[in-house]
Design a protein around this ligand. Structure first.
Ligand code: SF4
Ligand code: SF4
Length: 139
């Protein structure tokens, strides 16, 4: 895709080093590390309010749009979606909020990456593979 409209990129190490400490009274679900380079998109198909946003190699949930229904959580083959009350969400709440504001909305599932199964459960995905680049969204 064209890179002309992409926001400025920052090194992924900066993102990995930031503390995602934002949390307030809103309840939401959060996409976490194992989505990176798996991106199966089963979650997109079931969300009743279309609150997923697409990066180059993962999705995030918009915290102001998620209605906390929980439907997506069991649908994720990578078990990457957790409620924000889960300890596994703590490092990802800020990232979901930040990139939901930058990446395009996606409401229709696409084909996952060819190596999605091989990347399922791979270690240290955030440091090794996280990309700030937006995905294509609904096109
Ligand atoms: S189903 Fe899971 S792995 Fe696939 S895009 Fe949604 S959160 Fe990511
Ligand atoms: S919890 Fe419900 S509203 Fe929130 S992202 Fe999942 S399916 Fe969408």
């Amino acid at each position: 895709m064209s890179g002309s409209s992409r926001p400025p990129l920052r090194p992924s190490v900066c993102i990995a080093a930031e503390g995602d400490t934002h949390q307030d009274s809103r309840m939401t679900y959060v996409v976490t590390e194992n989505c990176i380079r798996c991106k199966y998109m089963d979650c997109v198909s079931v969300c009743p309010v279309d609150c997923f946003y697409e990066g180059e190699n993962m999705l995030v949930i918009h915290p102001d749009e998620c209605i906390d229904c929980g439907v997506c959580e069991p649908e994720c083959p990578a078990e990457a979606i957790v409620p924000d009350s889960d300890p596994a969400a703590s490092d990802w709440i800020g990232l979901n909020e930040r990139y939901a504001a930058l990446w395009p909305n996606i409401s229709v599932a696409k084909q996952p990456p060819a190596d999605a199964a091989a990347m399922d459960g791979a270690p240290d995905k955030r440091n090794l593979y996280f990309s700030e680049r937006p995905g294509d969204g609904d096109v």
